[in-house]
Design a protein around this ligand. Structure first.
Ligand code: ARG
Length: 261
């Protein structure tokens, strides 16, 4: 089943089912238009200073000034890579005021990534982005609950266009046990993935939001990243939550890998 899903994702073909699953893919290859945050509102300039737009049509967050944390499914593998441009410092991608654009030098994709969990990757930038702040990541499970903020430039509706302005929304935590009961979610990798969304749908990440952070406030009221946009069945459908990489699970692997970049 997972193989079939993966194949469908890869060759995002026709029909409602394929379209729904295609929503799991980044914007890179030719396919139905991606979808960013559904049910969101515009973020204000500077509200989420760690947000990054990646040129392959994904989101990301500044883990350090020179390393972006994104999704494994947004990149092609580990190695030297100068093909990605990261844009930061603006909510309006077309605004040149405060906009910083830096090329990648190297990509580190989670070892063992095969489309089933482990959906994280690091992108090393050619130079540090000194005008923006970084987003700390959760290193324990204590923040893997509550209400989360999601943000991105992806589609604002399933199959809709990528967005010029950064959109944001909030979504509630969904337990692994509940998430698994939904159609299409039985393969959830509980240790690696965390679900969020309303049973009624209406608010979600979507195509082009992949790789972006899902975050909340910590005990010190600082933003902390608990998830990475990974996949979902369609976008914002009822009984079809968004699935996010569970950052706390990978926190030490992320830190170790980042230290080598
Ligand atoms: N994989 C998608 C992307 O590449 C993100 C899908 C998120 N879908 C969802 N229903 N939350 O942008």
């Amino acid at each position: 089943m997972k193989k079939l899903l993966t194949a469908l994702k890869r060759f995002a073909a026709v029909g409602a089912a394929a379209l729904a699953i295609a929503s799991l893919q980044p914007l890179s290859s030719a396919q139905a238009a991606p979808s960013p945050v559904v049910g969101g509102t515009r973020a204000t300039q500077g509200e989420f200073p760690f947000m990054v737009r990646l040129s392959m049509g994904c989101g990301g967050a500044l883990y350090t000034q020179q390393i972006v944390l994104t999704a494994a499914h947004c990149v092609s593998g580990t190695g030297a890579n100068t093909s990605i441009t990261a844009t930061a410092g603006v909510v309006d991608l077309q605004s040149t005021t405060g906009r910083v654009q830096v090329k990648s030098t190297y990509v580190y994709r989670a070892p063992g990534y095969n489309g089933n969990g482990k959906d994280w990757a690091l992108i090393k930038l050619a130079s540090p982005i000194t005008t923006q702040s970084t987003l700390k990541i959760a290193t324990t499970t204590q923040y893997n609950t509550g209400t989360f903020t999601i943000a991105g430039w992806g589609s604002a509706s399933e199959g809709g266009a990528q967005q010029r302005y950064l959109l944001k929304a909030t979504v509630p935590f969904v337990s692994d046990a509940t998430c698994r009961t939904y159609s299409g979610y039985s393969g959830l990798v509980a240790s690696d993935e965390i679900c969020a969304g309303y049973a009624a749908g209406g608010t979600d990440t979507c195509q082009g939001d992949s790789g972006g952070p899902m975050f909340r406030r910590d005990a010190s009221n600082a933003w902390i990243q608990v998830g990475i946009v990974s996949w979902g069945i369609g976008c914002a459908r009822a009984n079809a939550p968004g699935v996010y990489s569970e950052v706390s699970t990978f926190a030490s692997a992320i830190a170790s890998a980042a230290a080598t970049l």
